[in-house]
Design a protein around this ligand. Structure first.
Ligand SMILES: [Zn+2]
Length: 330
């Protein structure tokens, strides 16, 4: 099956923009002749032109998983179960809409609004005139899809802001989707408010790299406080662990990166350190939390997902989890 080239193009284009998609985050789908082609789990939208990242599912079967059939992974809905690709964990909400095209991504502008009380309130004015709705935070998969279904109801909606997560854009043509993405991004755009300073590391930290581009997370006090006191959206915890741990320079100098459970740490007033063997997706997620926090006005009230939601997203054992939690300041 040859997928519409304009669909592949737009998927790749948003995938290549770190302010819209980070690493393997986000997913897009198209429905053609009773099948739905959706981004496969673990693949990257940025590779849409170069690789086959889409997998075909039966949307009716995916909807049955929403009603309790299968395990919620939508593997039962695969047209070719032996093809090696698994559908995205977010397949059920793609299947739920009749729209031909569904684009879901982790827009930094949308996240900035969706993780703050004042941001959520501002959406009403900023998105006025668009057919939009917001939905409460739920764990990605069946719980999120059910929450979206409840929020949308029978209304004709094109834009769904997912609290503490991202955004969904629905359309029947790729042009329509592209227009909505541009419109929403323009309306929700927030300027960068804080530039970091780069301080010289006080010690050598074997196995860790200083990521000077995001040093504001450690050197600007309110960003440091926000970065270390909570987790604001699921991909952060999946790739970087809960919140961000704060260590002193001497603690980091003594730390064996192999034994530490998360890939990035902050040293207050000094810098941000990433394990030197960190995966590109982990670096992308570090850039994401920086891009989010440097845009949120200092007087907005942030709404982290909370420890229960963190634990639900991690399959960490209790000890590993406590260890990471003990490193947070808030
Ligand atoms: Zn998502």
């Amino acid at each position: 099956m040859k997928l519409p080239p304009e669909f592949i193009s737009l998927s790749q284009e948003i995938g290549a923009q770190p302010l819209l998609v980070q690493g393997p985050g986000g997913n897009t789908s198209v429905k053609i002749e009773g099948h739905m082609w959706i981004k496969a789990s673990g693949t990257e939208l940025a590779e849409a032109r170069d690789k086959n990242i889409f997998v075909a599912v039966d949307p009716a079967k995916a909807m049955q998983e929403l009603e309790g059939a299968g395990d919620g992974s939508c593997r039962s809905a695969l047209i070719n179960p032996d093809g090696g690709l698994r559908p995205s964990i977010e397949t059920t909400f793609h299947a739920m809409f009749n729209h031909k095209f569904v684009f879901h991504f982790h827009s930094v502008a949308a996240i900035c609004h969706a993780i703050a009380e004042e941001g959520r309130t501002a959406l009403a004015e900023k998105l006025s005139g668009l057919q939009w709705v917001s939905t409460p935070y739920r764990k990605p998969g069946i719980p999120l899809t059910k929450a979206i279904r409840e929020s949308v109801g029978s209304r004709d909606i094109q834009v769904i802001v997912l609290n503490n997560h991202g955004i969904i854009i629905l359309g029947n043509t790729v042009d329509e989707v592209r227009e909505q993405i541009n419109e929403v991004e323009q309306r929700l755009n927030l300027p960068v408010l804080a530039e970091g300073t780069t301080n010289v590391p006080t010690a050598d930290y074997p196995g860790w790299n200083n990521v000077s581009e995001v040093s504001a997370l450690a050197t600007i006090p309110h960003l440091f406080q926000r970065a270390t006191s909570g987790t604001y959206y699921p991909d952060h915890i999946v790739f970087l662990g809960p919140a961000m741990p704060a260590l002193s320079s001497s603690e980091l100098a003594r730390l064996n990166p192999v034994e530490f459970p998360v890939p990035a740490v902050l040293v207050e007033g000094e810098g941000v350190y990433l394990k030197s063997d960190a995966r590109p997706a982990q670096r992308a997620m570090l850039d994401c939390i920086y891009n989010v926090l440097v845009r949120i006005p200092a007087d907005w009230t942030l709404l982290p997902i909370g420890e229960e939601a963190e634990a639900e997203l991690l399959n960490w054992d209790a000890e590993k989890y406590r260890q990471a939690l003990s490193k947070r300041t808030g």
